[in-house]
Design a protein. Sequence first.
Length: 248
Amino acid sequence: MSLFGPRYADGERLEIGGLPVRLSVSRRARRVSLRIDRLRREVIAVAPSVRRLVEAAAFARERRDWAARRLAELPAPGTVTWDRHLTLFGVSLVLVPDGRRARLEPSAAGLPRRLVGCGQEAVDPQLVARAVKREAREVFAHAAARHCANLGVATPPIMVGDATTRWGSCAPARAHRPATIRLSWRLALAPAEVADYVVAHECAHLIEANHGPRFWALVRNLVGEPAPHRAWLRANGPRLHAFGRAAL
């Protein structure tokens, strides 16, 4: 410890009141703040500079009770069993281990759709994620093409990833690079209308790179009132992010 008090480094991990806390420097931050890393199940104390990490650690101590409540609200890491039912864009899906070439079968009348070949004797969450990503990429591409046509803009490349803090992001075109849209594959586990809202949200950013009144007017023209979809994601997002984390 320094004669002038503790000195911390970017990325350093602490235990504060029994909670795991990671210190992080963000040049975009204007003040110290806390957020929850749902993937690693830890508190992140953010500071705009290394010098202010001391303040971030102190803030984490002050808000320890708040952070403990937020961590306690996270669902347990999801495990996948052979008889588990998922929903894929709101449609019931049964996971069936039968080899290691995962494939989605068309739904039969009155029966749920099946994801077959996602493991040997037990379901492999990595194979499940891979198959869902393929389906998500196709659905997102069609949705983006539809929304971009309504907006009168070209459809950019759609990339599918697994971000832990955002459901989607949009990088509008610049002189040196084309526009791109990134979406979380986990949106495929949400109802179709919720996933479609996120796609529309990012497409609207191709015109309005902000969250001002004109941006929200574009979103409403595409999918109607966004409030119910945003509320669903706030309530159910941790459950989607927890799915298969123990194994993925």
